[in-house]
Design a protein around this ligand. Structure first.
Ligand code: SF4
Length: 377
């Protein structure tokens, strides 16, 4: 590898090459270096050691099944008050979710659903029969459902422990927990931007319990609001420690804050430079995470393509073909709703990498793999 230009990066480069986990000061140096090219080279080398020239994507269906929520997170443009904002409410019945799941056929590997803290929807009565029904018709599709925030809410409503709740969901077919709800773990930030949702301790406890039960998960970080760089690095280190205690996270996904239509709009948009730094720092800090995901819906396809040079090795999924993504579309994203898998492959190949189709748990598939016939109803 070409030598780094910023001398402050040299000891960090040595640590990375020797497999020594980076500390808070290292993370801050990475965020602050003016030598973005060397940062990218270091992150890309770390990515190549993890996954070679592979860059992953998934054919999936993405659904936001309800936007009714009472948590009141200040960065959220998605949630709707069911009484005061009736026209904005999206609240699907289990039948509607099932029909949407099948709307584009059976050739996909993951069903990804997240929603708000909706008292009518976040219950086992709603989810267990729906999950079993999907698994019966589409046994090849992995269920990537809920965030730790939704799971904590559902545990409270049912007066159930995390372990018992997760065991019920796993028995009904839960394969993977989505990584949302982590925001920034630091109490200073959480108490200001999302005081009513799951705290850092329970977010980590739910994921760690899921991993112990054989349910995989991902992890996220919302950046670009009021957090400091120290709090970003602290978040990454807490995730790394969690992975060490109870392995099972597949991907880390940096989520750039979007300001339209929410109370934190004066924080503005993140910059492209901040975005690619975020991917690179995450790749270097999270030495025990296999994958760093550049989620095109959030940073946009073009930044995500550049992110592949800065340590990312995943571009997320096709999302189906209609208009179900509401979280980032409510907050001003300019990304569309659907990306053809041919477009993923083209962007990945153009960046010099090998596109690989995957499912939630990173089993690999040929690009033209098709599932067996739909199981008859
Ligand atoms: S971020 Fe999630 S928990 Fe918070 S208000 Fe929005 S939908 Fe509710």
């Amino acid at each position: 590898m070409a030598s780094v230009m910023d001398v402050a990066l040299k000891p960090i480069e040595r640590k990375v090459e020797e497999g020594i986990p980076l500390g808070i000061d290292d993370g801050l140096t990475l965020f602050r270096t003016p030598d973005v090219h060397s940062l990218g080279r270091m992150a890309k080398a770390a990515k190549i050691r993890k996954s070679g020239r592979k860059v992953f994507y998934v054919l999936n269906r993405y659904i936001n099944s309800t936007n009714v929520c009472y948590a009141g997170c200040k960065f959220c443009s998605f949630a709707a008050d069911e009484f005061k904002e009736k026209a904005r409410v999206v609240r699907m019945t289990a039948d509607e979710v099932f029909q949407k799941t099948l709307e584009t056929g059976a050739n996909f590997n993951q069903l990804h659903i997240v929603g708000g803290h909706d008292p009518r929807q976040l219950s086992l009565d709603y989810w267990l029969p729906l999950m079993r029904r999907v698994k019966e018709r589409l046994p090849h599709v992995q269920l990537s459902l809920f965030t730790a925030a939704e799971l904590e809410y559902m545990c409270k409503r049912h007066r159930m422990s995390f372990a018992d709740m997760l065991a019920e969901l796993k028995a009904a077919g839960l394969d993977n927990i989505n990584g949302g709800g982590a925001e920034i773990f630091a109490d200073r930030v959480r108490s200001q931007i999302c005081p009513n949702k799951v705290g850092a301790e329970n977010w980590l406890a739910i994921h760690e319990e899921a991993h112990r039960q054989g349910i995989a998960s991902n992890a996220t970080m919302l950046y670009g609001t009021i957090e400091t760089l120290e709090e970003r690095v602290d978040h990454l280190i807490r995730l790394r420690e969690s992975q060490r205690r109870s392995p099972g996270y597949n991907a880390f996904i940096p989520l750039a804050f979007h300001p339209d239509g929410n109370e934190l709009n004066d924080c503005g948009w993140t910059s492209g430079l901040d975005d690619i730094r975020m991917f690179a720092v995450a790749r270097l800090m999270l030495d025990n995470f296999d994958h760093i995901k550049a989620y095109w819906m959030i940073q946009g396809l073009k930044v995500c393509q550049v992110a592949l040079e800065f340590g990312a090795d995943d571009m997320d999924g096709t999302h189906g073909s209609t208009d179900e993504e509401l979280i980032y579309h409510s907050a001003g994203t300019q990304s569309g709703q659907y990306v053809d898998d041919r477009e993923f492959r083209r962007l990945i190949q153009e960046a010099g990498f090998e596109p690989v189709r995957r499912n939630s748990t990173y089993e690999e598939f040929d690009w033209d793999w098709t599932p067996p016939e739909l199981v008859p109803a």
